[in-house]
Design a protein around this ligand. Structure first.
Ligand code: ADP
Ligand code: ADP
Length: 230
């Protein structure tokens, strides 16, 4: 099954705003997809629907082949815990926990035993081997985001959703983080869905979809910033 399959998904918020208008989208395993578009175009609603955070008004959402329709709040939470990782603009690390404990938090929440070799390889890949006992506040922004990426990957989710993951970073650090996403997709076969309003950021993904008024209006393979600027 594809990592994500949205079939004719629409979403109307209370008050009548049609935020998603009949969107169908398939994200294959190992794909690094950017969701682009101006503010208010429906990017967040699309991400929240695809991540089973929000229940769409109509249509079906499958994550790793599992239909998310009709699930209770509890079941949706379980499904996210099993299948989805998140990376946020503001890192959202737990300030009181060490880098190590932040990275392994999803495993503890899921009651899963840590695979020590996998965690070590992940920590090495994100370049934080020397920082494991530090608190988040002792790290640079780029290091904090790399810790958040390791945390999102640690439970080997079907898909990682990244919401403006470079929005708080300077240009050089942002490029390092985007490079890391590319490597993780390529080397680990990790599916990544990244939301961004920035064409230069979206251009680092393997595929970009462009949204306007709740619809996908353009899909570009191997995008360049120029493809996405218009
Ligand atoms: P984007 O992420 O591209 O900025 P959103 O998905 O946040 O777009 O928003 C799409 C549309 O839905 C906008 O018109 C926005 O104002 C509206 N919207 C978003 N969240 C809510 C909400 N909780 N209640 C009502 N309207 C909302
Ligand atoms: P980078 O460019 O590697 O993302 P910086 O140039 O911002 O990081 O920081 C250089 C070093 O200083 C980093 O290795 C980081 O651990 C340390 N550092 C950055 N910010 C802080 C901070 N607020 N407190 C303690 N150490 C920090």
């Amino acid at each position: 099954a594809p990592a994500i399959a949205l079939d004719h998904v629409s979403h109307t918020y209370d008050g009548g705003v049609l935020a998603l208008d009949d969107v169908s989208l398939t994200v294959q395993r190992g794909e690094f997809l950017a969701v682009m578009g101006p503010s208010g175009s429906g990017k967040s609603t699309l991400m929240h629907s695809a991540a089973a955070l929000e229940v769409p008004t109509s249509g079906t959402v499958r994550i790793d082949g599992r239909d998310t329709r009709g699930l209770s709040e509890t079941k949706r939470t379980e499904l996210r815990r099993d299948l989805v990782g998140f990376v946020f603009q503001s890192y959202n690390l737990v300030p009181s926990l060490s880098v190590s404990d932040n990275i392994t938090l999803p495993l503890r929440l899921a009651g899963r035993a840590p695979d020590v070799a996998w965690i070590a390889s992940l920590v090495d890949r994100v370049g934080l081997s020397g920082r494991l006992e530090h608190r988040p506040a002792e790290l640079s922004g780029g290091q904090q985001q790399r810790a958040a990426i390791a945390r999102a990957l640690v439970a080997r989710p079907a898909v990682v959703f990244a919401d403006e993951p470079t929005g708080a970073l300077d240009l050089r650090t942002a490029q390092e983080v985007l490079e890391l996403f590319g490597e993780v997709a390529e080397d680990l076969g990790q599916t990544i869905v990244m939301v961004t309003h920035d064409p230069a950021v979206a251009a680092r993904a393997g595929t970009a979809v462009v949204m306007a008024d709740g619809r996908i209006v353009q899909t570009v393979q191997q995008p360049t910033a120029a493809d996405l600027a218009g």
